[in-house]
Design a protein. Structure first.
Lengths: 579, 252
């Protein structure tokens, strides 16, 4: 196996919204390599649809303070409030900057950036829905990804496309290097670097029904976890209410922002019972639970009574064409239905990890309950946990998160690398990775990657998704023990060097299984219900005991060790979460 | 109000279906062992008519032959990874369903870019052509503290070409491109169009000069293959014609 050596001031891992925004920030300030296992424009930011919230007040009164309140309440008070304030305040500049970068937002009649309603975003602390989401039809993520990539092309950013990062090396208590596997050749690359920013996205592929891309296997958090970095609040995983039945393909909340309604088998607008004020525009955790409650109680639709419908048939057809063209096409392509005249079968779909690599508001990774910074290590976007989303992310706040914290992380990293020299790399820095790859290629085990992965996805969906109990989670822990062992016995057909996706899927499986275990152990310990984590056996939020972030660390023996840290900020005191 | 018709229609759409057997024929090439490509057939059982071609490919790779190699990511037509020739025409494997293409499915790598392995081609020439047309907003004025205003009509003017996902289905369906890889190709022109007709941009002239060169729009023979191939439904030939007219009449 050939090994190449590079030296950079900084490395960015991932080229979705957060990675690209960070790359723009560091361009011209330090020598940077951007590594992505795809091509930048194929990152899953491109699948985001509905919008990006910022209190521009272009169409009605709004303030970033209201946005902050909504974010904290939406996150069921597990949000670090100073971080949410930073995000909501800087949202305004972030949107303006994207417009200046060329992003083609939809416009108001007077030519300003248009705004629309979105779940959980309200005027004056919950009075009524507010028009806060800046958008570009229902392909806002696509436009952000393309625009940021265009800016990177203009700045001649140095991309290493189809490079899968597999390890980070530390020395003297700080980052010293990154090890990557080049898909096109099978060669390994050692990047000596003073800093690395992870922007590698989520890990929804641990669930059977997900809106996530095949590539979203948690490589960044997974490899850092193996290196002893704790992961924060991993039990909080968002299920988006409106995934296409069985397929999980996302149908934007913008559909409900534009007036779409959820109905059960009786045709009833059931959200009126769960959230009398904002109804279908309640936060995602509440809507997902409401849908599954309807189904559990026998009011689901279809032969198996296992879905509800998203109804757009009362909307003017021209509004659907203008504001929701892409999701309408998805419904036509994958369901053979016409959303202008027919209801759309939907079910909750695994969508977004609130938890991840713990960081502060400058993207610096913090590794303990005292928020001690690990010099040179940064993270931003879905793989990170700032925590601005707490126990449940509001719609549109992820696109905001990637732009605001991609920029802040990039800026902090560019400043940091000016102040330090390159640490020494250990001898044979790629040795461990090479060993892993050779072991998988040489394995004569009887397990297939796809079989182990499918079982993982089925069981996680069944036992650790929207509703959880001690019983389901302890059963899942046992299953994970078995799956972990079986994952060590997978063998692959493809032993070649060039574009060996058989191998990379085996590597990805290791991360998925590890992260599923972290999620389940964290969820089992948290004996309360909060945001996206709902326990049928502990249905209430318990602020006295559980108003704290989980930190999960890999113990010496490979088990998950839990610790906790304080939630920051008390401007907004916890109250019952009613909408 | 309870709309009854949507419920009925949806129930039909998700009713139990007959499972199919799909015969997959893939043009394969292993650069480490083969001197030339060869065809391999796979039989995939228990396929639902609404399964994607990509799902069938995955069944073959995951449970029959892990060496079968193709790119994919989002699996619903927005990332552009899995453009391939499906029964003779360019498309995304995640956007075509088995019921759309039938149970005999032939797959080949897209044409005009060097094949690296099986269905994976070298994308670098394609992205180099994209970069050659200055695919980013260029303005000479400082934008100020708020957004630039743009009318909805001006915004609508280039809406079509903002949809491009750079999958290369158009460029690699173009007979001119097959014969001359020096041609920038439809995708690059689409991305130039996106800025040429954006009222905020101030570098249309530079892009039109680039596309007026021998490698540019005049290579287009309006075969319409690109428009037919586009998984995003972009009227590409029309966009190319608009660029040609802008060059000829110096007007956008």
């Amino acid at each position: 196996m050939k090994i190449h050596h590079h030296s950079y001031d900084a490395v960015i891992v991932g080229a979705g919204g957060a990675g690209l925004r960070a790359a723009i920030e560091v361009a011209g300030k330090c020598r940077t390599a951007v590594l992505t296992k795809l091509y930048p424009t194929r990152s899953h930011t491109g699948a985001a649809q509905g919008g990006m919230c910022a209190a521009l007040a272009n169409v009605e009164e709004d303030s970033w303070e209201w946005h902050t309140f909504d974010t904290v309440k939406g996150g069921d008070y597990l949000v670090d409030q100073p971080a949410a304030e930073v995000m909501c305040r800087e949202a305004i500049d972030a949107v303006i900057e994207l417009e200046h970068f060329g992003l083609p937002f939809n416009r108001t009649p007077e030519g300003k950036i248009d705004q629309r309603r979105f779940g959980g975003h309200t005027r004056n602390h919950g009075e009524a829905p507010v028009r806060r989401a800046c958008y570009s039809a229902d392909r806002t993520g696509h436009m952000i990804l393309q625009t940021l990539y265009q800016q990177c092309v203009q700045r001649d950013v140095n991309f290493f496309n189809e490079f899968m990062v597999l390890d980070v090396q530390f020395n003297e208590g700080r980052v010293a290097g990154v090890i990557a596997y080049e898909m096109a050749t099978g060669d390994l690359h050692v990047f000596a670097t003073k800093a690395v920013l992870f922007a590698s996205g989520g890990f929804g592929k641990m669930f059977k029904v997900t809106s996530n891309a095949h590539s979203l296997t948690g490589d960044g958090p997974g490899l850092l976890y193996r290196r002893g970095i704790p992961l924060e609040d991993m039990e909080f995983f968002q299920f988006h209410p409106t995934g296409i039945y069985k397929l999980g393909i996302l149908l934007s909340e913008a559909a409900r922002g534009e007036g779409g309604i959820l109905r059960n088998v009786n045709g009833e607008r059931f959200m009126e019972r769960y959230a009398p004020t904002v109804k279908d525009l309640a936060p995602r955790d509440m809507v997902s639970r409401a849908i599954l409650t309807e189904i559990r109680e026998g009011r689901g639709m279809g032969p198996n009574a296992d879905y509800v419908e998203l109804d757009l048939t009362h909307l003017p057809p021209e509004q659907i064409d203008a504001k929701l063209p892409d999701i309408s096409e998805f419904v036509r392509t994958y369901m053979g239905l016409e959303p202008k005249t027919q209801g759309i079968p939907i079910q909750p779909t695994a969508h977004y990890a609130m938890g991840g690599i713990p960081t502060n508001v400058d993207g610096e990774v913090v590794i303990d309950a005292d928020n001690t910074v690990l010099p040179g290590l940064y993270a931003a976007g879905e793989c990170a946990c700032v925590s601005v989303h707490g126990a449940n992310r509001l719609g549109t706040n992820s696109l905001l998160d990637i732009v605001v914290f991609g920029r802040r992380g990039g800026r902090a990293m560019a400043e940091f690398v000016q102040t330090v020299d390159h640490p020494e790399l250990p001898d044979d820095p790629a040795g461990e990775v090479r060993g892993r790859i050779e072991r998988i290629k040489a394995s004569t085990g009887t397990e297939r990657v796809a079989e182990v992965r499918t079982e993982l996805q089925d069981h996680m969906m069944d036992k650790a998704s929207v509703f959880r109990t001690e019983e389901s989670l302890s059963a899942m822990e046992d299953i994970l023990g078995d799956l972990k062992e079986r994952a060590t016995r997978v063998s692959i057909d493809d032993k070649s060097d060039i574009f060996n996706y058989d191998l990379t899927e085996a590597l990805e499986l290791e991360y998925l299984v590890d992260l599923a275990e972290v999620l389940v152990v964290s969820a089992r310990a948290r004996v309360e219900s909060r945001g996206g984590h709902f326990r049928d056996d502990h249905t209430l939020r318990d602020d006295a005991n559980w108003m704290k972030h989980t930190l999960a660390r890999r113990a010496e023996d490979g088990s998950v060790e839990l610790d906790y840290k304080a939630v920051q900020g008390d401007k907004y005191l916890p109250m019952e979460r009613k909408y | 109000m309870a709309p009854s018709s949507p419920a009925t229609a949806a129930a039909t759409a998700v009713a139990a279906v007959e499972l199919l057997t799909v015969h997959l024929k893939v043009k394969r090439y292993d650069p480490e062992h083969d001197t030339k490509p060869h065809w391999q057939e796979f039989t995939v059982e228990r396929v639902e008519p609404t399964d994607r071609v990509l799902d069938v490919l995955h069944q073959a790779k995951w449970f029959q032959d892990g060496t079968l190699t193709f790119r994919r990511s989002c699996a619903h037509g927005v990332c552009g990874s899995d453009a391939m020739v499906i029964n003779g025409e360019n498309a995304l494997a995640c956007q075509l369903l088995v019921q759309d293409v039938g149970t005999n499915i032939t797959l080949e790598a897209i044409r005009g870019l060097p094949v690296i392995k099986d269905l994976v081609v070298d994308m670098e020439p394609f992205f180099a052509q994209y970069r050659s047309v200055l695919p980013y907003l260029i303005t000479k004025d400082e934008p100020g503290y708020t957004e630039r205003y743009q009318s909805s009509d001006d915004r609508e003017r280039f809406d079509e070409t903002t949809k491009c996902i750079l999958c290369a289905a158009c460029t690699t369906s173009c007979p001119v491109y097959w014969g001359n890889s020096g041609y920038v190709g439809p995708a690059a022109i689409v991305n130039a169009h996106r800025f040429i007709f954006d009222s905020r941009d101030q570098a249309a002239g530079e892009r039109l000069d680039i596309l007026n060169e021998r490698s540019g729009v005049w290579r287009c023979r309006t075969a319409f293959n690109c428009s037919n191939a586009c998984p995003r439904g972009i009227k590409i030939t029309e966009a190319i014609e608009e660029v040609k007219r802008a060059i000829l009449y110096d007007r956008i």
